[in-house]
Design a protein around this ligand. Structure first.
Ligand SMILES: [Zn+2]
Length: 284
C-alpha cells in the first residue's frame, strides 16, 4: 500500500521497527512510499522501517499529483485576492524554466513558498506556478491561471500562456537532483496539458533575461535538461538493467522500479531484495 510522508522535517528510516534501531536515511516531506508490511505501528519499505504516525494513505485526490519518480507535489496555492495571483486564463501552451538565483543556504522550495506569501512578493508583484528543489516540489498557483514570472507584462505570452517553474540553486542543495526533479515535473505537465518538448523554454526566450543562469552558463546543460524532460537519464540508459527491474516489478518482487533504475538504494535494500528473491525461488 502506498503512503505519503506527512512529517514536515522528513521521516527517519531505521533498520528495525522502533526508535531504538539505527537510522539509515530518510524520506522527504511529501514523498510517496510503498509499505510492504506493518508491525506495532511501524511500516517496512524497500529501504527499511518507518513510523506509521507520519504517513497517510494515498487518496484519490492525490492522483495526478505524483511524479513518475514518486515525488508528490505539495499544494501551497496562494489565496485568491493576493496581489501576485492575477487570475485570468492560461492555455498552458508553454512551460517556462527559471532558476531562483538565490544561492543562500536554506533557499529551498519551502522558503520560496513562504516568500510568495509575503508582502514583498505581493508588492512586486511576482509569482510563478511551481518551485522545485532537490527534495520537494511546491505548487503556488493553478496551471490554468496567469502569473508574474516572465517579465513580459500582464498579457505577454510568457506570463499569460506558460507555466512557470523555478529551480532552486541554494548552497548545500544538490542542483543535479533539483534539475532531475524539475524534469519529472515537466514530464507530468507535458502529459497533463499535451505540451511538446519544443515548447519547454527558458525564461530567456520571453525577455532576453539571463535565466536560468547556471544552466545557460554551462555548455550542454540545457540540452541535457531537455533530454531529462524527454525521459532520458543523465547517466545514459541501461536497457539490460531496466528490463531486469521491469521483470522484477512485474513479479512484485520489488516496488519503486524508478529508484532501482536510478541505482538509488542502500545495502539494506539489497538485503531485503535477496530475502524476497530467496523466498520467491523457494516458492513461498
Ligand atoms: Zn527567470
Amino acid at each position: 500500500m502506498r503512503y505519503i510522508v506527512t512529517a514536515q522535517s522528513g521521516l527517519n528510516i531505521r533498520t528495525g521497527p522502533g526508535t531504538n534501531y539505527d537510522k539509515t536515511g530518510g524520506y522527504s516531506y511529501g514523498a510517496v512510499v510503498a509499505v510492504e508490511a506493518t508491525r506495532n505501528g511501524w511500516g517496512q519499505t524497500d529501504r527499511g522501517w518507518v513510523s506509521m504516525d507520519y504517513l497517510r494513505p494515498v487518496e484519490a485526490a492525490d492522483e495526478g499529483l505524483v511524479t513518475d519518480t514518486g515525488l508528490r507535489i505539495i499544494q501551497d496555492i496562494l489565496p485568491s485576492g493576493a496581489k501576485n495571483r492575477p487570475g485570468g486564463s492560461n492555455p498552458d501552451t508553454y512551460i517556462t524554466i527559471h532558476e531562483t538565483g538565490n544561492f543562500a543556504k536554506g533557499a529551498d522550495a519551502a522558503a520560496h513558498a513562504a516568500y510568495l506569501r509575503g508582502s514583498s512578493a505581493q508588492a512586486a508583484p511576482v509569482s510563478w506556478h511551481y518551485t522545485v528543489d532537490d527534495h520537494s516540489i511546491y505548487q503556488h498557483l493553478p496551471d490554468d491561471e496567469r502569473a508574474y514570472h516572465a517579465g513580459d507584462g500582464g498579457s505577454g505570452p510568457g506570463n499569460a500562456s506558460s507555466i512557470g517553474i523555478e529551480i532552486c540553486v541554494d548552497a548545500g542543495g544538490n542542483f543535479e537532483q533539483a534539475k532531475a526533479n524539475a524534469a519529472a515535473l515537466v514530464r507530468l505537465l507535458m502529459a497533463r496539458h499535451g505540451i511538446q518538448l519544443d515548447h519547454v523554454v527558458q525564461h530567456n526566450r520571453w525577455t532576453g533575461k539571463d535565466c536560468p543562469k547556471t544552466i545557460r552558463a554551462t555548455a550542454g546543460a540545457w540540452e541535457a535538461f531537455l533530454a531529462l524532460c524527454g525521459g532520458q537519464g543523465s547517466q545514459g540508459s541501461d536497457p539490460e538493467l531496466e528490463a531486469a527491474v521491469d521483470a522484477l516489478a512485474g513479479a512484485e518482487i520489488i516496488n519503486s522500479p524508478a529508484r532501482w533504475k536510478a541505482l538509488d538504494y542502500t545495502a539494506n535494500t539489497v538485503r531485503l531484495l535477496l530475502i524476497k528473491m530467496g523466498k520467491y525461488v523457494q516458492g513461498d
